[in-house]
Structures are given as C-alpha cells and as structure tokens.
Design a protein around this ligand. Structure first.
Ligand code: ADP
Ligand code: ZN
Ligand code: ZN
Length: 726
C-alpha cells in the first residue's frame, strides 16, 4: 500500500505544518506523535493536502496517535487567523493549545474488580467476604471493595494473582453538570431587557454585545441568563476574567446559580489540576470554563457563548512571548465558532464603546454590534459622591502625603465604625531612594528604572526585572553613611502615615506583595467582610471584584499618577481606574464618599470624574484620538529591537526603518530609544507604526518583516495593537 502524506503542525515556531508519512489516513485535528530531529514531539494533523516536494520515501513516519480528542475544526481555523493577526508563527499558536503536555498522556484507568472468569472457591474468611461483596455488586471500584471486604488494596491485588478476582476498568463516576434551570434572581425591568437580548443572540449564534453598567448594576446576573441559555442548547461556555477578578466570590455566585462549580483555568492551578482540567475540557466534560486570558486556547468544542468580563482590563493583553489581546482574540474565536460574545464592563474601553455605538454623540454601532446598558445600581443605591482635593491648596504636612480633608474624612469614617480605603497604585514604601549628600539616585543595574524601596521586605526592588538587594548603608556614589532617603510614597509609606494618625485603627496593606496568593486574598476579603479591619491601603489589587458593604470612604492618594508617560490611553485608563476605585465605596445602603487628591484639578480626567460625566469625557477623548489618528481611528504596532550592544541595536533599528515599504496610510515613527531604554541588560530601540483603519496592518508588517534576518543575539518583537508603551 502506498504511504499517505499528511501535513502535521508542530508546537514549534514554524509558520506551516511539515509533511509526514502514514500507513493509514488520519483525520485532521488528530494528535499524533512524530519525530523531529532526534526528538519526538506531539503534533496535530492539519487540514488540506501535504506540501509535497520531498520524496515520500525520505519523509519521516507518524509514530502513533495520541489518545485524546481531535482539535475541533473551528479551533484550528482560529489558530490560523490569530497567527495572521498577531504575526505569530502558526506552530507557536499551537504551543499555547498544547500547553499541558502531561494532559496528553493517557489518564490512568481507574481500577475495579469482579469475580474472575471460571474462578475458584474462597479458601479464607477474607476471600469469602470479597466474593460476597462482588456477587452482590458485580463490579466494584478498588477502594470500595477494600472497604466492604474490610481489607486493603494491596491485599486485593494479591487475590488477583491467585486467580480469585480480576481487574476491569471502572466507569468514571458521572460528573454533576451545571443546571440552567435553577432559579436565578427576579430581574429588574432593565436587566430583563438586556438578558432577553443576550439570550436572543445565543439562539441566533452570532453578534457582539457590549453589556455596560455601573458596578453593582447586575451585569453578572444578566450574563448568567445568557450562560443558562447556551447550556439549555447543549453548548459550552467560555468566560474570561482578569486573573485578579477570578475570586472566590465569583465562583460562589456561579455555584449558587448553577449548582456546581465551573471548570477553572488560571496560573494558580497545580500541575495535576491543569492536567485533569485540560483533559476534562478536551473530552467535552466541562460545560462552563472560567479562566484568565490563556483559557482562550483551551480545546473547547461546541462553543455557544463567550463572555469577556471586565473587557477594558489591560491585563487581557499578553505582552511577552506571543503578544495578543485576549478580548480581540475572543471575538475572533467566537466568530469562527459561530457563537456570540458578550463584552462586560462598567467602563468599556474606547475601542469597544465606539464599535458598539456606546459613546453618546459618537459614531453609530458597527454591523453585528449591540449596546446593552444597565443604568442603575440594583436596589437603587447611588454612586458615591466624588470630590477633588486640590493638593496645591490643601497641602499635606511636610514629609507626609495625606491632605487635611482626607485626614478629616478618614477620622470621621473610622469614628463612625465604617471602613475606608486609601488607594495608591504603587507597591512598596517609596518609588525612589536618593542620597541627601550628593543627590545620587539608586538605579537598577540592568534597567532604566529607579529602585523601589520595600520596607516590609527590607530590600530595594526593580519592578521591571525583579532585581533586588538589601538597602545599602552608605551611598554607593559618595560613600556617605546615613544619607540615603526615601522619596515619594508607596502604599507601605501611606500605611505608616495612617498608623501614626490613627494608632488604634486596624490597618492592612493590600498589594501583590502582601496578598499574592488566592488564599491570602480570600482571607483578606473575609476579614474585611467580618469587620476585622478598619482601613485598607492598597493598589489596584483592590480596585475590583469585591463587595464591601461597610466600606464608605475611598481616598485616592495620587489621582494624577496614571497620567504621566507617552501612553495614548493614559487618560482613558486613569478615568477607568478612578471610576472603579470609586465604585468600591458605599455599595450597600450607606452612601459612599470619594476623595481624589490631585495637583491638576482642571485636567479633563479630574473634571469628568468629579462630575461623574463619563459621556463628556469619552466624547472629548474620542475627538482627540480621531485628530491624532489613534485607536480606534487607526491602528498601531510597536516594533522593539533589543540586544546587549547599544550601537548594534540602533544600527539595526535604523536599517529596519529604511526598509519599510512606502504605503499610503502608513506612517513609521522612530526608531527612538524605548521609554525603558535598558531592560534586563538589553538596550531597546522602538519603532511605532501608525496605520489608517483602511490598511491591513498585519499584512503590511508581514510584507515588511518577512525574510528579514537578524543575528540571534538581537531580538525583534512585534506587538500589533500594543497596550503597553514601555
Ligand atoms: P455587577 O456585575 O454589575 O457588578 P452584580 O451582578 O454583581 O453586578 O450584582 C450586584 C449585586 O446585586 C449582587 O449581589 C447581585 O446578586 C445583586 N443583584 C443584582 N441584580 C439582582 C436582582 N435582580 N435580584 C436580586 N439581586 C440582584
Ligand atoms: Zn551620595
Ligand atoms: Zn531592573
């Protein structure tokens, strides 16, 4: 029989599948073992004919098939489209799917026993008990038989050898599935309208909906109805959440509504949980998967709904390795699966709001997009009152950071037995340490970044590369002793100030340093809810996801912090963050109060925050973006060239710029040193490509960069639609 040629995609950075030889036809999507070089790897039989060009006799053979379900067709098409959009080799996309190699091993078959065929009679009391138990039940799982016969599993294994009983593989126990028909809450009129619209989309199997509503307006309850609708149709559901919003509270609510826990997927799972979870998903035994951005690449089949909660969250963008935006790819995957997407947010990104026609006075919705708005908080609670504190007039006392109005408000809140939050999006004690004698500033040895002082750990830390060292006793520049001083505030320093002001208050610092694990975060939430803490000092760890009914005051220590730097989305992000933090205050019956300390009370972000006038802010922001040709009125791509030799990097970046094809509607900015000009010891030059919406930017970039060789000591990273501008 002549050998069959099959294209097999391997999880390595190659653009296309390689040809292999097979004795038998194997359907596309099947997982197979193949040789590559001297190694063996798992690949996926790809669609279409083999490439050809190499004599079949010289091709290597497919070694065998993996006992796992084939990758579904829509997932294969998704990987191709995502590779094209993100300029990633197709094989590197596949690697994201096959990220759990252990899951590809056949799972150990669960053991069960039955009476051996033509078996012998019992000779001992133990053997009699074993036979009696099996005569009654037919087959029994090993553990159960050991229990009923009052013996151990090794003892049972010996009985197999003596021919009394034999091994059969046990049926896996049936898994409980989410029940879409358990009663949810009775929806308000607005909620019901939104839920009906989503259910209709699930039934049609298409569309992108923006579900917008202030925190507490019931967005989660509403999209739970859409999940129920998908489950009723026998479809699967993928819910993406930012890692830090994957809270116990969310899981509890899901479980309350649907009766069982969803399949979880995030970086905190153990290796065994990942293996079992992946397998469960691939075998179609997980109807609902909720996970962080990497869940996008799970081998789910028969998707009926994708939800992206907190769609505006920048952490959906993966910046390292394969760069992709999970929200955008979620929309792409849903389109190829013929299923609808719900993007959920209290503060939708300008891109999403524009596409959904959700900016009052802005462009109308793109075809296929709808905007669903939940205007009120459920139960009628009001948004907290936001007040600006002008730091130029209301100066904090020397060497401190909390202004008189904030101190007063804190005092009153604690006096009333309520809780307060001091928000500052900066870990550690101080962002800078400098020498009072010579002015020297302590810098990371391998980055263009100041070292952050962490008093709790008694170390200096680089927040970019993780480098750390104990605080030196003398200045490394002039040698003076005792002259190094911390400059500027971090949360630890704010907590210190608060402790001095309110010595009896129970204060907790909440950052990834202090509540980095899911367990620690859950403990913190419990103590806040139990009223065991009075004052939280925290970073954006705290900005979302939690309901703290007794928290009635939020003070933002430095509302201007997010506005610096060359990021075109800085204003939008600041507004979102401030809005979200504000949403922590007064969610129950108690009205909340929010104070924003700022040096620039006239800034559009501050004015809009104080007035609560999001529409006006968005309109103004949109007009500016349009004038500048920035997203959503144009696309950007960042190309970063990096290496250890600054001159070589600069030369290469310049050569790259010179080689850029000249095309109508594309502008190349740079090269210029990236804002983080040195990172982990590598010099970085950046080019920004700005394209009109009519330009196919990925195609342009491919054209330009295809076949361009750089020495292996130089890295060339392409980030289409960048979110970070460092
Ligand atoms: P969001 O997702 O917009 O922040 P949630 O869905 O979390 O809002 O709702 C906020 C709170 O109000 C939750 O505790 C939720 O259970 C409750 N809630 C919302 N809508 C209703 C409703 N129609 N009936 C009862 N409780 C509701
Ligand atoms: Zn000095
Ligand atoms: Zn560093």
């Amino acid at each position: 029989m002549p050998a069959i040629l099959l294209p097999v995609l391997l999880p390595v950075p190659l653009d296309r599948p390689l040809d292999y030889r097979s004795e038998t036809p194997i359907p596309a999507g099947s997982l197979v073992r193949v040789p590559i070089g001297a190694r063996e790897t798992v690949g996926v039989v790809w669609d279409g004919p083999a490439t050809g060009g190499i004599a079949p006799a010289r091709l290597k053979p497919i070694l065998g098939r993996i006992e796992a379900p084939a990758l579904p067709e829509p997932l294969r098409r998704f990987l191709e489209a995502a590779a094209r959009e993100t300029l990633t080799p197709l094989g590197a996309m596949l690697r994201l799917v096959l990220a759990v190699p252990a899951a590809l091993e056949p799972p150990p078959a669960p053991l069960a026993y039955r009476i051996a065929e033509g078996g012998r009679a019992a000779r001992t009391a133990l053997e009699r008990r074993v036979l009696e138990a099996l005569a009654e039940a037919g087959t029994l799982p090993a553990a159960e038989l050991a229990r009923r016969a009052r013996t151990s599993r090794p003892a049972l294994a010996r009985l197999v050898e003596t021919g009394l009983i034999e091994v059969v593989s046990a049926e896996p126990p049936p898994e409980p599935t989410p029940d879409p028909d358990r009663a949810g809450p009775i929806l308000s009129a607005d909620q019901a309208v939104a839920a009906r619209a989503l259910v209709a989309q699930v039934e049609r199997g298409e569309g992108v909906a923006l579900l917008e509503g202030v925190p507490g307006s019931g967005k989660t309850e509403v999209y739970f109805e859409a999940i129920a609708a998908a489950l009723r149709r026998g479809k699967r559901v993928l819910v993406l959440l930012p890692e830090i919003a994957l809270t116990a509270q969310w899981l509890e609510r899901f479980t309350r509504r649907f009766g069982v826990e969803p399949q979880l997927w995030h970086s905190g799972l153990t290796a065994a949980q990942r293996r079992k979870g992946w397998r469960r998903i691939a075998e179609g035994r997980a109807p609902v998967v909720v996970g962080a951005r990497s869940a996008l690449f799970l081998p789910l089949a028969e998707l009926g709904l994708v939800v992206v909660d907190e769609e505006h969250d920048p952490s959906f963008k993966q910046d390292e390795g394969v760069t992709y935006h999970a929200r955008d790819l979620a929309c792409l995957r849903a389109r190829l699966e013929a299923c609808p997407v719900v993007l959920v947010s209290a503060t939708p990104s300008l891109e999403t709001a524009t596409a959904a026609g959700a900016v009052p006075g802005g462009p109308s919705a793109r075809p296929g997009w709808t905007h669903l708005l939940l205007p009120d908080r459920w139960g009628g609670a009001v948004m907290p009152k936001v007040e600006l504190v002008d730091l130029r007039r209301e100066r904090p006392p020397r060497g401190s950071f909390l202004s008189p109005p904030v101190r007063e408000a804190l005092g009153a809140t604690l006096e009333a037995g309520e809780q307060a939050l001091l928000f500052l999006n900066r870990r550690g004690f101080a962002p800078l340490t400098l020498c009072r004698a010579c002015g020297h500033r302590l810098r990371c040895p391998s980055c263009t970044a100041w070292l952050t002082a962490h008093r709790l750990r008694r170390r200096l830390l680089c927040h970019h590369c993780g480098w750390s060292a104990p605080e030196p006793e003398h200045c490394p520049a002039c040698g003076s002793v005792g002259t190094l001083v911390a400059s500027g505030p971090g949360v630890e320093r704010i907590a210190e100030e608060a402790r001095a002001l309110f010595p009896t208050a129970r204060i907790a610092v909440v950052t990834s340093d202090t509540v980095g694990t899911a367990r620690a975060a859950a403990d913190l939430v419990t103590s806040v809810l139990a009223g065991e803490l009075d004052l939280l000092v925290g970073t954006q760890m705290l900005a979302k996801g939690h309901h703290f009914p007794k928290l009635t005051l939020v003070a933002v220590v430095d509302a201007d912090l997010g506005l610096a730097g060359g990021d075109p989305r800085a204003a939008e992000r600041s507004f979102q963050l401030l809005h979200q933090v504000a949403g922590r205050a007064g969610r129950a019956e108690r009205p909340g109060r929010v104070l924003l300390q700022t040096h620039d009370p006239g800034h559009p972000v501050m004015v809009a925050s104080a007035r609560g006038d999001r529409a006006a802010f968005l309109r103004a922001e949109l007009a500016e973006r349009e004038a500048a040709g920035l997203p959503p009125f144009g696309r950007l791509a960042a190309i970063v060239v990096s290496g250890a030799d600054a001159d070589e990097v600069r030369e290469l970046a310049r050569a790259l710029a010179r080689a850029a094809p000249v095309t109508e509607g594309v502008r190349i900015l740079g090269p210029a040193p990236a804002p983080l000009a040195l990172l982990r010891g590598r010099w970085r030059e950046r080019l920004l490509v700005q394209a009109r919406p009519t330009v196919d930017l990925p195609a342009y970039l491919r054209d330009w960069l295809a076949g361009r060789r750089v020495p292996s000591r130089i890295a060339l990273e392409v980030d289409v639609d960048p979110v970070s501008f460092l």
